[in-house]
Design a protein. Structure first.
Length: 300
């Protein structure tokens, strides 16, 4: 048995997992993402400490590193990440220099899509869109059986204008991400209810229980997502749209309003199935481990 470490650098947390070659998650750990770490130094230090800790349990063959934003994947560079405040940062090589273990590098969303394509909710679909909804929102576009990213620039659907009212990390306002991300939903609920620190999980439970404020916030967020989906469907004609990330735990509470909107608005377009990610919020970890093992295989 061989082992890899899957590292997912998110806007708020760095989630890491020790994964074996049968894709069993052996151990996990979470650390806060260093704030405003524009040189990447603190982030690399945090990840190196995590890898060192896992290496005490098992010998590590490779590390999978996934990050959000616009990337140059072959170069190992983050071109831009609004949430991490990175610009043209050679994060893969910085990490490799610190740990001296091969590092597979990819986009957080496309990595999760790899898991869903190979063995999950998008398996067998030639055309699919994978949308994890967390602190940020982006999409992996599966077109004619391949994940397409236009050199890492494509898929930043969080910044589609859905005519929303909130300011966005990209500097504009009205973006999907500012209306439908977990962060956006928590903020909107806080603004409308006056209650601070309510998680999206608590909010969708309130929706199920019939709470009026939570329902209003939820309807706004799902309506914005539905409008973005309408645009994507018109352009890309996916057979299935798979939702992952933290918000996908809401299941049908999340899917139904989007499906109802699409049923009422689509005319000539091919109607896609709407599904929750097979791997749920773990798709990123499994996909990341798959890419790290690809690297191990390629080196043999
Ligand atoms: Zn934006």
């Amino acid at each position: 048995m061989s082992y890899v470490v899957a590292v997912d650098v998110g806007g708020t947390e760095i989630k890491s997992a020790l994964v074996d070659s049968d894709f069993n998650v052996i151990a996990t750990t979470t650390a806060p993402t260093p704030k405003a770490d524009s040189t990447g130094a603190e982030t690399v230090k945090t990840i190196a400490a995590i890898v060192l800790e896992f290496a005490k349990q098992q010998s590590i063959s490779a590390v999978g590193l996934v990050v959000p934003g616009a990337l140059d994947e072959p170069a190992g560079t983050s071109r831009w990440s609004g949430n991490l405040q990175w610009n043209n940062l050679p994060i893969r090589d910085l990490l490799h220099a610190a740990i001296n273990i091969p590092v597979a590098f990819s986009h957080d969303v496309r990595t999760a899509a790899v898991a869903e394509m190979r063995n999950g909710a998008a398996k067998g679909a030639r055309n699919a869109i994978f949308i994890p909804v967390g602190t940020g929102i982006a999409a992996a576009l599966i077109i004619d059986g391949e994940i397409r990213s236009a050199e890492g620039f494509a898929g930043e659907i969080g910044h589609i204008d859905v005519n929303g009212k909130y300011p966005c990390v990209c500097g504009k306002s009205g973006c999907l991400e500012a209306a439908s991300s977990t962060l956006a939903i928590s903020k909107a609920y806080e603004a409308q209810s006056g209650k601070t620190g309510t998680t999206t999980e608590e909010i969708y439970r309130l929706v199920t229980a019939g709470d009026a404020v939570a329902t209003q916030v939820w309807n706004d967020a799902t309506a914005a997502m539905a409008r973005a989906c309408e645009t994507l469907i018109t352009i890309l004609a996916p057979e299935v749209i798979v939702f992952g990330g933290g918000l996908s735990n809401a299941g049908e509470t999340f899917l139904k309003p989007i499906r109802d909107y699409l049923d009422s608005t689509l005319t000539f377009q091919r109607k896609p199935r709407l599904e929750i990610a097979h791997y749920g919020a773990k798709a990123g970890t499994i996909g990341c481990a798959m890419l790290a093992f690809d690297l191990v295989k390629a080196a043999k």
